[in-house]
Design a binder for this molecule. Structure first.
Ligand SMILES: [Zn+2]
Length: 629
């Protein structure tokens, strides 16, 4: 094996605060993520491969290589789904070698490599009769987008297996692109950003600065009228002048990822300032309570400020994935908890609902309320989300820790063992915890020798009360939610750190400008956002719940429900909407709802729509007490 598998390799990035930890060195052993990663390898990836075959996505490569005489099948950017599948397989192989999966990936890679033109160009749509159309429509045809996914897959597969053929093909293609586009060559930029990330990563792998230059060239070429100037493509302004997050959500967030990657290498402060403005625009005015983004169906886009509908939430799974990827990069640059907080929120509540518990069905769109009609599907004609969720989840071990000159950073909590190199010394780290269901985390450190470094523990912003003990001694230091707690000392083999984060059920309310959620609450416990689903509430419609503010809410562990989860129960009013039978509107005095008190149950939002169809809502009506100021 030639190298280690990183999500983003900031090992030598001068403007990144944090260094990556290889996926191979982190072993999840928890009951939340580890079974999901196993299912991903054994069920999700094989079935996705079948779907790629059945829909002609892999046949398109055989056709381009002259091995099959068929028409091009599907959408013009379908190559990207195959690339994302390879990337997901590579990440999965990095944490858990599997010969069958590797053989399958190797076979797909052979088809990809065989489809490459002599000059390095590789896109199965623009072959034969469409060869002349290459690079003629950068705005709409996703050529640079597909190339980017190829490069990323190639880098990851190389890192995970040491196998170079895809990396060589991808580099040849990147070279071809660099021969066509550049300051003294053709100008242009991609209608669908993405390639900026992998080009920067390819620079990190190869040390070839031309790839980084090309990535920056593509960012710098936005907003100057080359691809039509629409906000949909984030082409309405130069990137450094952006002050509001707009446009197609996945495009927008991938572009931010690319800009963050370039910043890590070059440190151009105008890029960072723009990224911070965009992050504030998103998190303060345009993000769902679940960390999902891109609320608007029209253009799969960010809406205006506070436009966060529930039933008509678009909230594409890919946008939540991109949100995780962007916040990961912002975290690597800054070491600031606020980015890890959004990352964790989007991971558990924005990304995870995108995959069914059986590992075979997907959401593209993620409503926050539904009447029982919205269901996951096994595949899509535009299938960006399924392989995207696979590659993110497969790479999860790489998100748990980082290193810096100060020491070791713990971002995510999960039962696991890891063997890392900290302060120049091998250090074993064991996390003992039931997170995300319980906020107690014990870390046992096993440095080879006594070694001095800082252990930086993320105290999530949702945590109101945390206590820390080192070897049973209360830590003499103020603990602040929303910060990394730095514990600096000489660590000896067997040292134990006990972090205890209180995890009460919280009722969240929305900024009043979100009109949909007046007098509604969302339930959150630790990092998990809840919803009420009809299946658990057979005696009443969950859309009719009115949760009294004094209602006591208790949690209950259900080992057999939806692969094991913590539910929330309580007594609530149920509005009687009989008077509305057959009408939409009623005079208020007539409609005054009679309500009765009943038990209700809420489950983690990620688990909804895994049983028979029924209504669901995240935001629950709640009586609010008003007081005169
Ligand atoms: Zn998608």
């Amino acid at each position: 094996m030639s190298s280690k598998t990183f999500v983003v390799d900031t090992s030598r990035s001068p403007f990144a605060k944090l260094r990556p930890v290889p996926i191979e060195d982190v072993h999840l052993q928890d009951s939340f993520w580890a079974p999901r990663l196993r299912k991903l390898q054994k069920v999700t990836l094989p079935t996705q491969h079948e779907s790629c075959e059945e829909t002609g996505r892999i046949a398109n490569f055989r056709r381009a290589a002259g091995k099959e005489k068929t028409d091009f099948q599907g959408l013009y950017f379908n190559d990207s789904d195959v690339y994302k599948w390879v990337e997901a397989a590579a990440f999965s192989l990095a944490s858990s070698p599997d010969q069958k999966l590797q053989n399958l990936a190797q076979e797909v890679i052979a088809h990809i490599v065989a489809a490459q033109d002599e000059d390095g160009y590789l896109n199965t749509y623009f072959t034969f009769e469409r060869t002349k159309e290459r690079w003629t429509n950068l705005r709409d045809m996703h050529e640079l987008y597909c190339a980017g996914h190829l490069i990323q897959a190639a880098i990851t597969y190389y890192r995970a297996t040491g196998e170079r053929s895809l990396l060589e093909a991808a580099s040849r293609f990147a070279d071809q692109i660099a021969r066509v586009f550049g300051p003294d060559k053709r100008s242009g930029t991609s209608g669908h950003p993405e390639i900026e990330m992998p080009l920067t990563e390819l620079y990190r792998v190869t040390d070839n600065r031309a790839y980084l230059d090309l990535a920056q060239f593509l960012v710098d070429n936005r907003g100057i009228g080359l691809i039509g100037g629409r906000s949909y493509h984030i082409d309405h302004k130069p990137f450094r002048e952006l002050d509001e997050i707009v446009g197609h959500a996945v495009r927008s967030l991938y572009l931010n990822c690319g800009a963050a990657d370039i910043f890590m290498e070059r440190g151009d402060k105008t890029l960072w300032d723009a990224l911070i403005r965009l992050w504030q625009s998103m998190t303060e005015r345009k993000m769902y309570v679940t960390g999902s983004v891109g609320s608007r169906y029209e253009g799969e886009a960010f809406g205006i400020d506070y436009e966060l509908p529930n039933v008509r939430a678009y909230a594409e799974t890919c946008a939540a994935i991109a949100n995780v990827m962007w916040n990961w990069r912002m975290l690597l640059i800054s070491g600031e908890t606020r980015f890890a907080d959004v990352m964790e929120l989007a991971l558990y509540n924005g990304v995870l609902p995108g995959l069914s518990l059986d590992g075979e069905r997907y959401f593209y769109v993620n409503p926050l309320a539904d009447r029982g009609q919205h269901r996951r599907e096994t595949w899509f004609r535009c299938a960006c989300c399924p392989p995207n969720i696979a590659r993110l989840l497969a790479s999860l071990p790489g998100y748990m820790y980082s290193l810096s000159p100060e020491g070791l950073w713990v971002h995510l909590y999960a039962q696991s063992t890891s063997n890392l190199e900290v302060g120049g010394s091998p250090v074993g780290i064991r996390q003992l915890t039931d997170y995300p269901w319980n906020g107690d985390v014990e870390l046992v450190l096993q440095p080879e020798n006594d070694v001095s470094f800082s252990l930086c523990l993320r105290i999530p912003v949702w945590c109101r009360k945390a206590e820390v003990q080192v070897n049973d001694q209360e830590l003499d230091k103020a603990i602040q939610a929303g910060e990394y707690l730095e514990i600096r000392r000489v660590w000896k083999p067997g040292d134990r750190v006990q972090l205890s984060m209180s995890m009460p059920v919280e009722r969240l309310v929305n900024n009043p400008y979100v009109m949909e959620n007046h007098d509604r609450v969302a339930l959150r416990r630790g990092p998990i956002v809840y919803c009420a689903e009809g299946v658990d509430n057979p005696d009443h419609d969950v859309w009719s719940l009115i949760l009294p503010i004094e209602a006591e809410l208790r949690v209950e562990w259900k080992p057999d429900l939806l692969d094991g989860l913590m539910i929330i129960r309580g007594k609530t009013f149920v509005a009687n909407s009989d008077r509305f039978e057959g009408s939409l509107y009623q005079p208020m005095e007539k409609a005054h709802p009679k309500s009765r008190r009943e038990q209700f149950t809420a489950i983690p939002y990620y688990g909804w729509a895994n049983r028979e169809p029924s209504p669901m809502t995240v935001w629950i009506r709640s009586s609010t007490k008003y007081r005169e100021a």
